[in-house]
Design a protein around this ligand. Sequence first.
Ligand code: ADP
Ligand code: MG
Length: 312
Amino acid sequence: MQLSKIGEFGLIKKLRSLCKSTSKGVLLGIGDDTAAIKTSAGITLITSDMLLEGVHFDLSFTTFYQLGHKALAVNISDIFAMGGKPKYFLLNLGIPKTYNSRDIEEIYKGVIKIADKFDIAVIGGDTCTSRHGFVLSGTLIGDADRIIMRSGAREGDSIFVTGSLGDSAMGLMLLEGQRAKVKGCSHLIRRHLMPEPVPLQKTSGITSMIDVSDGLLIDLSHICDESNVGAIIYKDKIPVSREFANTANRLGIEPLKFALKGGEDYVLLFTSPSKIKKNAFRIGEITKKERFLVDTKGKKTSFKAEGYEHFK
Ligand code: ADP
Ligand code: MG
């Protein structure tokens, strides 16, 4: 089957059925933000994320320092999405041989700055030459007392996000269009180049969680698919930043497209039976099956898992 037909998620589904683990120690294999393994000390979380030149980043507007920061930040986001604490990081590098060692030291300055912020130890990796652009692949190990999976959402739960959506996609658009000097857009560009994951302080009562890496509609669809439920999202409740709203207005861009389908915001999306959660925005409810967006007049439109998907 052509990968462009089944897409990244169709492929992962096939790999998931090939890799069914029978090991008792594996609490969670393929299919969530991290794997989870039972150890004598508790639960260990493991996640891997790759950044490829030309796919995930463009060195004409990204510094090596920012790249190092992002290589770890995107992995931290997945550990936070399970309700865990990040601990140990390994970074594999594929480096074109024209690079200077200073470039790689800059990467590590970025890695170490955010590692120190969350008390993460950088404990290893691998280094190779690359003939096809720069590659960074990070693996982060963490721990958790309990894991919050994508599969726990129940009908009637409220849906929350922990921060504004669309900033990163708008930041990328400005950078790609060389419009990075548009007034007041530095917040948007920073959200794209230097994402800052924030953990939930209290996870009691939370039924499911994911980080928004591919876009709200795709990531919410993962929760719906894994939990076997639907969702209603109130368009006017989706949080957007002032910089995002002003820039969209100035450039004549439909803001919802970015807020619903833009990826890489690295905020958390979670569900809970309670209607109010500190430091989070309630954007909708879990339903039995139907998946709808609702506007202020009550008009419903169905939504699909649209956003960023590799191969598509
Ligand atoms: P996230 O966006 O949270 O990083 P992904 O969509 O990348 O999650 O991955 C979803 C699930 O698929 C994870 O459990 C991940 O480990 C698994 N996965 C992705 N690629 C592969 C692969 N090549 N082999 C095995 N599992 C994979
Ligand atoms: Mg994730």
